[in-house]
Ligand binder design. Structure first.
Ligand code: GTP
Ligand code: K
Ligand code: MG
Length: 451
């Protein structure tokens, strides 16, 4: 239990540590240490030999001054078969703030420094334990709030997207090998024709598969970021009453005064296992009041950028408000509200329901249908897909280069190789195989400290 002054070994790689569990009082706290000195740290903090790799052993942990801090479990996970690929050590102690503070101090004095956000995962990535899409999947899994987000993130973390683009990369390499071979050793006069002919079908199939992934990318991104639903309609139609009933609480003010809601009111909820942000908005009408007019401008903007719109109509009113109706898209929803005061209505071109936000009548049917609409529109495709704008950008560029390669094969086959190499480059970026430090910084800094 002697002191070690510096964190670095001769290679200049720091040994890092972090509290992996959330701060605050808890049954158990977990500290992780990773780096060349991780096992030294464990030796310095215990008085008998360290346990066999990957076996949990009960130990007393000591401070630099040989004072017992706590009893707990010690696990040694030697690299390269560890999370980071480096030697890793895990201390499990009691989760009190006093134990956590004393442990952090002792680990630091034994030679490790506090990790930055995402630093463990960044090391795992740099040591080849995962590619960039798997690291992104892990970040999304840690952030997952809904079941759909969890499933999508887990699939990506387990290499679903990696498998898919690895297949794409293989196909590009095959095409490249084929055309470069034939261009270097043309032994027949009509080679260019053969070339175009042989490479065209695989390239076309590849482009089609990428198009499918790009078509589904919007869904992957929506699931990851959460869906948005906006409630719109004329003043006093009952929009705020509807959001309150859906939220099960008084999120928005309801009065009989037209123009009650002005700012947008967001309610976060879970619909059919999807994370959803539901927004109540100002009633749409011509208004001379500057504050109300701004509220209406925001309402229209929010309605347009949302995934789904719910138009609330007061069914005691004969006419629809044309401004609200104009905002609707095909699969949007119309609620004929105040059904307690009126006979059922319908509007065949949209999903429509008779409800009463006051009595709750019709809400069960409406909410079941809403679940179905959300599931039908946003359930991810069966194969792992693209979940970020970054993925979409890389695949779009790869696809464009493949299309250019197909064209070149017909008219200037010697140029096709360059296009295929550009496609490969875009796919390498997707994997994180090229050095794109700025992208890495952005991705890893979003992790919590300790991951
Ligand atoms: N009878 C009846 N009254 C309702 C129903 N829904 C809402 N109301 C009443 O209609 C009035 C307006 O309701 P709000 O929820 O404030 O309507 P809003 O569309 O949010 O109105 P603004 O924010 O002003 O645009 C209130 O007096 C509500 O109590 C309903 O289903 N039946
Ligand atoms: K109102
Ligand atoms: Mg309102």
């Amino acid at each position: 239990m002697s002191n070690i002054s510096s964190h670095q070994n001769s290679d200049g790689v720091d040994t890092i540590f972090a509290l992996a569990t959330a701060a605050g009082r808890a049954g158990v706290a977990v500290f992780r240490v990773s780096g060349p000195k991780a096992v030294d740290v464990a030796c310095h903090m215990t008085d008998i030999e360290v346990p066999k790799p990957r076996h949990a052993a009960y130990r007393t942990f000591y401070s630099q001054h040989s004072e017992a801090i706590d009893d707990g479990l010690l696990i040694i996970m030697p690299g390269p078969a560890s999370f980071t690929g480096e030697n890793c050590v895990e201390f499990q102690t009691h989760g009190s703030p006093a134990v956590v503070e004393a442990m952090a101090k002792a680990i630091m004095q034994a030679g490790a420094r506090q990790a930055e956000a995402g630093e463990f995962t960044r090391r795992a990535f740099q040591n080849g334990r995962m590619d960039l899409t798997e690291a992104e999947g892990l970040a999304d899994l840690i952030d997952a709030e809904s079941d759909a987000q969890r499933k999508q993130a887990l699939r990506q973390m387990q290499g679903g997207l990696k498998t898919r683009y690895a297949g794409w990369k293989d196909a590009v390499l095959d095409a490249l090998a084929q055309i470069e071979g034939e261009i270097d050793f043309p032994d027949e006069a009509d080679i260019p024709d053969d070339l175009a002919h042989n490479a065209d079908a695989p390239l076309t199939a590849l482009i089609e598969d990428m198009d499918k992934a790009l078509d589904n990318a919007a869904i992957g991104e929506r699931v990851r970021e959460g869906l948005t639903i906006a409630i719109v309609g004329a003043p006093n139609a009952g929009k705020s009453s509807v959001i309150n009933r859906l939220a099960g609480r008084d999120a928005a003010i309801v009065t009989d005064q037209a123009g009650t809601t002005r700012d947008i009111i967001d309610v976060h909820m879970n619909i059919a296992g999807f994370a959803v942000r539901l927004s109540d908005t100002a009633g749409l009408r011509e208004s001379g009041d500057a504050i109300e007019a701004e509220g209406i401008r925001r309402a229209v903007e929010r309605a347009k950028e949302s995934d789904i719109r719910i138009l609330v109509h007061d069914s005691t009113e004969a006419d629809f408000d044309p401004q609200s109706l104009d905002l609707l898209e095909d699969e949007d929803i119309v609620l004929f509200n105040k059904s307690d005061l009126n006979r059922p209505k319908s509007l065949s071109s949209f999903n429509n329901f008779d409800v009463s936000a006051i009595t709750g009548q019709g809400f069960e049917v409406f909410q079941l249908a809403l679940d179905d609409i959300v599931k039908r529109r946003f359930s991810p495709a069966s194969e792992a897909g693209l979940t970020r704008a970054r993925h979409r950008d890389c695949v779009s560029r790869a696809r464009a280069s493949l299309a250019a390669a197909r064209k070149a094969l017909k008219f200037a086959p010697e140029l096709a190789g360059d296009d295929l190499r550009s496609a490969l480059q875009a796919l390498k970026e997707l994997a994180g195989e090229t050095d794109i430090e700025a992208v890495f910084d952005r991705i890893f800094s979003r992790f919590c400290v300790g991951k």
